[in-house]
Design a protein around this ligand. Sequence first.
Ligand code: ZN
Length: 241
Amino acid sequence: MIISKILSKWSLDPYYQSSSVLDSILLAYRQFFSLDNECIIKHANCRICCPKRLNKNQSSDYIIKISAEASDWSRTIYQLAHEISHVVMECYPDRESLKWISECLCEAASFYTLDKLSKMWQKEPHNLPCAISLEEYLENKINKIEKVPLLADFYSKNAQWLADDPYADEGTERPRNDVFALSFYDIIQQNTLGWTAITHMSDEQLPDNANTVDYLNHWEKKCIKTSEKEFVLTLKKSLGL
Ligand SMILES: [Zn+2]
């Protein structure tokens, strides 16, 4: 097992040969999040984050499975950033009808991380080809996303589908969720400090009959910093709620 230099509690499947990709992501995430837990990252034919909270017999706090090929750094970063964001938010909210919010935020985190690492590597001449490749991958991904005039309208048209099917898996691409992710990516960029709001996404003590607005209000109340509360309020407003 190759151990991460940044966080010894985090390890990447030997399939990926080098832990430098993981270390770069962890470096970016540790500017905002503590990441004290233990995590094993494995190559699999699926992409998922399994927390011990929901899998009592699991040896690590988290097991992340990603399907990206070892040589495809852009895709590895894209998938890892999504799943590491699930670790940060402890995979909340638990109820199925609200999970789309965390799914879209994790997608947004992937866009943010690709951009961040691309900018970071642009400053290092030996990493310049990787930086350009990451930039192109992100640009290509964003170009494919349907541009909607008003996210709030898109949300109201798709609210039921989001609640019924939070993942909207179509192969490995997630076009519907990416429409929201693009807008949430903008919110992260505008209020990076408030992004830590995702550590307060638990839906514990939320009444059984709570809807999306109730959940967003509940989440905002759990936030500690003003910037975190603003993050949630901006997200709520973007949905027209
Ligand atoms: Zn996810």
